[in-house]
Design a protein around this ligand. Structure first.
Ligand SMILES: Cc1cc2nc3c(=O)[nH]c(=O)nc-3n(C[C@H](O)[C@H](O)[C@H](O)COP(=O)(O)OP(=O)(O)OC[C@H]3O[C@@H](n4cnc5c(N)ncnc54)[C@H](O)[C@@H]3O)c2cc1C
Ligand code: SF4
Length: 565
């Protein structure tokens, strides 16, 4: 059988795979994108404009189906009736966890991956993050520093379109932002109150978000309808289906093959390198092989590591990249849902207009210049000011009838303003937080699945404790009343920032990838998604995956030209 051969194969078409496809094909390579899930048509599948009365369950969701097929996915706030189609079927895509150690693995398996439903918050890392492992000894030192990636942040942000405010903070570097979205009156009130008490040490700003606050790169500005997770028909937020993949296809050198579930990478002993990938056709179950000179593994952090672990050969009995026993270890996620909220008095004559698809951000302030006695690393806050309002739906539980009753229901009723600050905390790299292949279980396509063994430890819990206390202090200092802390820390996985398990590093003994995201054991294989992360910082990570991917693609093409791969 003649195998199809390309310059490059990209596994996965989400945030990272989209960037790899665009960069490699624009630099002249023939590229095959292998995507496990179906293809998408934004005009048909993106539902931001679908009114509730057109939905079978009025957006309340098909509870029976969710319980039967998406018992894990339904825990994600975004998995509603319009967006459940973008989350995996948990029965077809199983994984296992040890007794008493839950891990909620939220996944998207279609063209675009999770870039369809993501929250779009984008924050750069700085040397505070890249130097953290070296300084406190947890994890292995990153092989790169901010200067190595800064221009790549510029590049990906300039293309994607990130709206936000420049703050001039060394530990949360600015980028070429589009104009910031406006804060609500309650948010400005709290921002000013915090500034009065803490000066420049604690800054509240509007979120930096991959929603266009102005027309950009041929895409329309966001019109604040607010349900981005159901897909945007005007392409006003960054998702690979409407941006990077379009540009990759436009080169004429990129082919996207949906329903292509990659099982493993094919190692050739004679050539001493990986020559292609082994695939199961998602619809016919047929086994297929594709060949390429280089492979970009971008299937999302844990799926990429699963592919590496399943790529066993005589030379790599523990999987490709597994010879150092680091592969699968140091799984991280962020902690969330601990913080505080309080009432903001006044502004009863004001209400928000539209549905801003963004919240506020309060960058990390702990362990930036001094050391907190209770924990290492830090956290940032996300949240926002909101005014409880009830629309016509309150008629369901209100007594009344007739024309006057209906007219009254058309006027929304507003409660007071409330402001919430929710902590997003850093997770220390710990080799005991790890994934392995479960020898007992396979997925619908016969591919061995992951066993995920992770738990929060003392440092993560101490961070979230402080996030509650400090949030309450700041809200009170800003003049909020009825301030209440909350501690609803979710299990690992549910922040959907899973990363690590095939980390970058300086040495092959202590890492899986080198500073260019190349597998030490197979230089023509690049892993550029969250698997590559050597620490987690506390910022939402996807913009860093984009920058690392574009950087690695640039390096790979130059290395090919030099005939090094
Ligand atoms: C509700 C929600 C909110 C989020 N909010 C934010 C946020 O505000 N900011 C932020 O930075 N991040 C956020 N994230 C996380 C963000 O979506 C991910 O970090 C990002 O999508 C990861 O990109 P990726 O390319 O690694 O993976 P994905 O985007 O998940 O893409 C992986 C692709 O690989 C495919 N694939 C998987 N296995 C295989 C295989 N074996 N063979 C072939 N293809 C395969 C999948 O089908 C998928 O298309 C959020 C996620 C969700 C779900
Ligand atoms: S809020 Fe903006 S980006 Fe989101 S779906 Fe609506 S128009 Fe699109």
């Amino acid at each position: 059988m003649r195998r199809e051969t390309y310059d490059a194969i990209v596994i996965g078409s989400g945030i990272s795979g989209g960037w790899a496809a665009k960069e490699l094909s624009e630099k002249g390579l023939s590229v095959l994108v292998l995507e496990a899930g179906r293809t998408l048509d934004p005009a048909r599948d993106y539902l931001m404009n679908a009114p509730a009365f057109e939905m079978d369950f009025r957006y309340l969701g098909d509870i029976k189906r969710l319980n039967a097929r998406q018992a894990v996915q339904k825990k994600c706030y975004a998995c509603d009736e319009g967006a459940a189609q973008f989350f995996v079927d948990d029965i077809d895509n199983p994984y296992t966890t040890p007794e008493g150690k839950p891990f909620d693995w939220i996944r998207g398996r279609q063209l675009g991956g999770k870039s369809i439903m993501w929250g779009r918050q984008c924050y750069r890392w700085s040397d505070l993050d890249f130097e953290a492992n070296l300084k406190d000894g947890h994890g292995a030192d990153w092989p790169i520093r901010y200067r190595d990636i800064a221009s790549w942040y510029d590049y990906v942000e300039g293309y994607a379109g990130i709206s936000g405010e420049k703050l001039g903070l060394a530990h949360l570097p600015d980028g070429p932002f589009l104009p910031p979205m406006e804060m609500s009156c309650s948010e400005m009130f709290v921002r000013d109150g915090i500034a009065k008490k803490y000066g420049k040490a604690r800054v509240l700003t509007v979120g930096r978000v991959a929603n266009l606050s102005a027309a950009h790169n041929g895409r329309a500005a966001c019109h604040y309808c607010g349900d981005c997770h159901r897909g945007c028909t005007t392409a006003a937020y960054f998702n690979s289906v409407q941006t990077t993949l379009v540009d990759a296809l436009a080169t004429g050198r990129c082919r996207i093959r949906p329903f292509s579930v990659v099982r493993s990478l094919a190692w050739d002993d004679a050539k001493g390198k990986v020559t292609g990938v082994q695939v199961v056709d998602g619809q016919t179950m047929q086994a297929l092989d594709f060949q390429a000179r280089i492979i970009f593994v971008c299937a999302s952090a844990l799926e990429s590591t699963r592919i590496l672990l399943n790529s066993k050969s005589r030379a790599h009995p523990n999987g490709l990249g597994g010879n150092s026993d680091v592969l699968g270890r140091n799984l991280m996620d962020h902690t969330m849902q601990s913080g505080a909220s309080g009432n903001v008095a006044g502004f009863e004559d004001k209400k928000t207009f539209g549905n801003r698809p963004n919240g506020i951000y309060l960058p990390r302030f702990r362990n930036v210049t001094d050391q907190h006695p209770d924990f290492l690393r830090g956290y940032a806050y996300q949240g926002g000011g909101y005014r409880a309002s009830e629309g016509w739906g309150r008629g369901v539980t209100t007594e009344g009838f007739g024309a006057d009753f209906k007219r009254a229901l058309k006027v929304p009723q507003y409660g007071g303003w409330r402001m919430s600050l929710g902590g997003f905390g850093e997770c220390l790299p710990n080799p005991e937080n790890r994934v392995t292949i479960d020898p007992q279980v396979v997925d619908k396509w016969g591919i061995p699945v992951l066993r995920i063994d992770m738990q929060w430890r003392d440092n993560e819990r101490a961070i979230m404790k402080d996030a509650q206390v400090a949030a309450a202090e700041m809200l009170e200092a800003a003049g909020c009343t009825n301030v209440k802390t909350y501690d609803n820390m979710t299990p690992p996985g549910l922040t959907i920032h899973e990363m690590g398990t095939a980390r970058m590093g300086k040495e092959s003994k202590t890492s899986v990838l080198n500073k260019w995201n190349q597998v030490w054991e197979a230089k023509n294989v690049f892993v550029t998604d969250g698997a590559a992360m050597a620490s987690s910082a506390c910022q939402n990570p996807s913009i860093t995956y984009m920058a690392l991917t574009a950087r690695a693609a640039d390096y790979a093409v130059r290395a090919l030209q030099r005939k090094e791969l």
